[in-house]
Design a protein around this ligand. Sequence first.
Ligand SMILES: *Cc1c(COP(=O)(O)O)cnc(C)c1O
Length: 383
Amino acid sequence: MLCREKIDDYTILEVNLKAIIDNFNYFRSLLKRDTKIICMVKANGYGIGSYELSKTLQNNGADILAVALADEGVYLRKKGIHLPILVMNTEKYSLNKIFQYNLHPCIYNQNILDATIVETKKQDILHYPIHLKIDTGMHRFGFNPEEIPDVAKILKNQNNVFVQSIFSHLAATADPFLDYFTNQQIKLFIYLSKQLEQLLGYQCQRHILNSAGIERFPDAQFDMVRLGIGLYGISVCTFSHTMGKDRPYGVKPVAVLKTRILQIREIKKGETVGYNRNGILDRDSFVACLPVGYADGLNRHLGNRCCQVFIGGHLCPIIGNICMDSCIIDITDITNKKIVEGDEVEIFGKHITINFLAKKLQTIPYEILTSISQRVKRVYVKI
Ligand SMILES: *Cc1c(COP(=O)(O)O)cnc(C)c1O
């Protein structure tokens, strides 16, 4: 475990693994005792580091992990993660890897089901667990409801794979205006999963809830739930976008994007800073250059005073265009407070929340987190 003082890099993503555990336990507390939790660690654990996260979750009661790609699962296996791992986007040519590394494929259409059975036969594999994804209204990927009888027929004719779980994905758990639709999806899922079980002649685990679903539709928890963004400190329960006030009672912020001041300079009134002279100074100013830019995941739309950073108790606007590897902030209003080069700056975290930035950028917190690029070192703390 590294601590900030020992880090050479100015720009880091500090990840609090204790907050991950607390968030996991918060969601655990909303569920029945025997409901299993699948932790979604896809996209490198929503950008914060899938291995460290998986290891922490493995040691703290997670039942299953899920990734999007087979390679993400292979990476975790090679690092020694032993929990069951679901591969959500099973691709035909990754089936070999899936079996080799003991990953569980999610099966969403007859082509991939056929390919999976062919491959298991070829490799003399018996009773391999698969997970069937049914489309109940999201209309992204998954079996159509009408296909269930055909799927059951295919499955009954072989003993190479068995359905360990049947699941579906809800399109709008966070939106109260769409609760009617969500409830329709849940009803359809109950009907289809019963139908499949009857046709197969055995029981399958069932799951449909994501993080917002756990908070808003706990009655639909079935046997398992799929916990994603909630782990990373984003909750729908008090989903307001006001800065600093969107800290829900249940979850804690996990990630802080930090940097340090590279250089402080005095620039005269009427001059401009940055590319295309967009940062016009209407007073004599002190400006500070930060070594973080759009190549690090600091969205270029946050420049030109759209957003502020937090430094020494103050909010300072980002002025001018954000560059690839740096940006410039206006610290004129705080120069008497002894801001010096090397001082720490928060881009997002405790004072400027991910929700706030997402709102500014007209996107969702998921995109803010997953946009932090690989060159930003992830530093793990447990406090
Ligand atoms: C990513 C994902 C989840 C988790 O969603 P959150 O909103 O992050 O909780 C659940 N189910 C599926 C199928 C997913 O792809």
